[in-house]
Design a protein around this ligand. Structure first.
Ligand code: PLP
Length: 441
């Protein structure tokens, strides 16, 4: 209708006038104005609909507007919309219990945060205080969130226990397609990446290393599913030196890889797990740290010097409880595993076989990356202008993609049906043909 069209134009005008966006030069933005959604689809104010292969920021695991989650938020809002973190609250307790239900044995406590970055901030803080050390080893190819300076800028006592003089060390993780280790097999890549990690830790001084912080499956860096043995080898190195292993499951957790947590597929148990996104599909911002009993015990008699006004916010917690229960009842995680195994995995393999520009496809569950190259031999990444054309082509054919560097990430909601997945892959196929092999050239 004319009124709705007006709304779309107004949304865009207000956005451009007043909204400052993440990670962007502000003068060059033309965002989609989205008005609504349901399941795997979103639409604009004119009713134009897209199949959401991005899950927004890879977080809407349960799909858009799940009625049970929406109702739980509404019901909680009517009863108690907010409460201080120091109180006990039934919804918060139930949310923590629901998260712990999917944890390995030896985990019983959850510290809730507002999102993934502050989950990692607090996990690092716990590891430092637990070990009395300060260095954190993580991968170059990783994303763990955008905070870090705020507490050191803080003026009151809360700054003091957090003022670390030394900081962060990075290593290369396994990435067989673009190996840093000249390896020729996944086993070799795993072995050599572990040797590199062990050597860096030895050179840094193992007694100075508080934590190894890794995404179980590096997501934004390209869905780099670790080769066999890598995470187990990291666990061994951490154990050898008394280092806390923090696995970041912010993007990989809550069904995305086809299991509740991605590390379950690698036979490892970390000491701390950070999560956000899929825990309640982002209906209300929430994240947290799942804490092993050994690390939790450090803070039985010692003050934990960290906290947030909205730790365990009732609306976010109501969304956590409803999301996890609905995912359990509706076998959402099982669906993600099945669609990945039977449709997306084979479909992308077929795409790779037919398009020379597809250098590699990799993933599991509903967590996949299609790596695009301009030369299959040198593996030179497709240039940004071509990637932009692919992104525009997908949007023009009613598919909302997640495009990062030279990759299209196929990361739909975990509830996606086999037919919707097939539809999305068919559009990707058609767009690759149109952009890269126009008129049979
Ligand atoms: N960790 C990982 C693996 C992520 O992918 C992200 C966000 O994309 C974060 C942490 C940060 O989460 P947030 O943006 O909720 O702070």
């Amino acid at each position: 209708s004319a009124a709705l069209e007006g709304d779309g134009a107004t949304a865009l005008r207000l956005d451009r006038a007043h909204v400052f966006h993440s990670w962007s030069a502000q003068a060059h933005l033309a965002p989609l104005a989205l008005a609504g959604g349901s399941g795997c689809h979103v639409w604009d104010h004119d009713g134009r609909t897209w199949l959401d292969l991005s899950s927004q920021l890879v977080n809407v695991n349960i799909g858009h507007q799940h009625p049970r989650v929406v109702a739980a938020i509404q019901e909680q809002a009517a009863v108690l919309a907010t409460i201080a973190p120091a109180t006990a609250n039934l919804t918060r307790g139930r949310a923590a219990q629901a998260v712990v239900r999917h944890a390995p044995p030896g985990f019983s406590k959850v510290f809730f945060t507002n999102g993934g970055a502050d989950a990692n901030e607090n996990a690092i803080r716990m590891a430092r205080l637990h070990t009395g050390r300060d260095k954190v080893v993580s991968h170059y190819r990783s994303y763990h969130g955008n905070t870090g300076a705020a507490v050191v800028a803080t003026g009151d006592w809360r700054r003091v226990p957090n003022e670390y003089a030394r900081g962060h060390v990075h290593v290369f993780g396994p990435y067989a397609y673009r190996s840093e280790f000249w390896s020729t097999s996944p086993e070799q890549e795993s072995e050599r990446a572990l040797q590199h990690l062990a050597h860096v830790i030895a050179a840094e001084g193992p007694d100075s290393v508080a934590a190894i912080l890794l995404e179980s499956v590096p997501g934004t860096a390209g869905v780099l599913v670790p080769p066999p043995g890598y995470l187990a080898g990291v666990r061994e190195i951490a154990d050898r030196y008394g280092i806390v292993l923090i696995l970041d499951e912010v993007m990989a957790g809550f069904g995305r890889t086809g299991t509740w947590f991605a590390f379950e597929q690698h036979g490892v148990v970390p000491d701390l797990v950070t999560f956000a996104k899929g825990v309640n599909s982002g209906y209300v911002p929430a994240g947290g740290v799942l804490i092993s009993d050994a690390v939790a015990a450090t803070f039985d008699d010692r003050v934990f010097p960290g906290g947030l006004t909205y730790s365990g916010h009732p609306l976010a917690m109501a969304a956590v409880v409803a999301t996890i229960e609905a995912m359990e009842d509706e076998l959402v995680v099982e669906n993600a595993a099945a669609v990945g195994r039977t449709v997306i995995g084979p479909g992308l393999a077929d795409l790779a076989a037919r398009h020379a520009a597809v250098g590699e496809v990799r993933g599991t569950g509903v967590f996949w990356a299609v790596e695009l190259v301009s030369d299959p031999v040198t593996r030179a990444p497709l240039p940004p202008a071509t990637m932009a054309a692919i992104k525009a082509g997908l949007l023009a054919r009613d598919v909302l993609p997640f495009v990062q560097d030279n990759r299209v990430h196929v990361v739909p909601p975990c509830i996606i049906s086999p037919d919707e997945a097939r539809e999305g892959l068919a559009v990707l196929d058609a767009v690759l043909t149109a952009v890269l092999e126009p008129s049979g050239s």
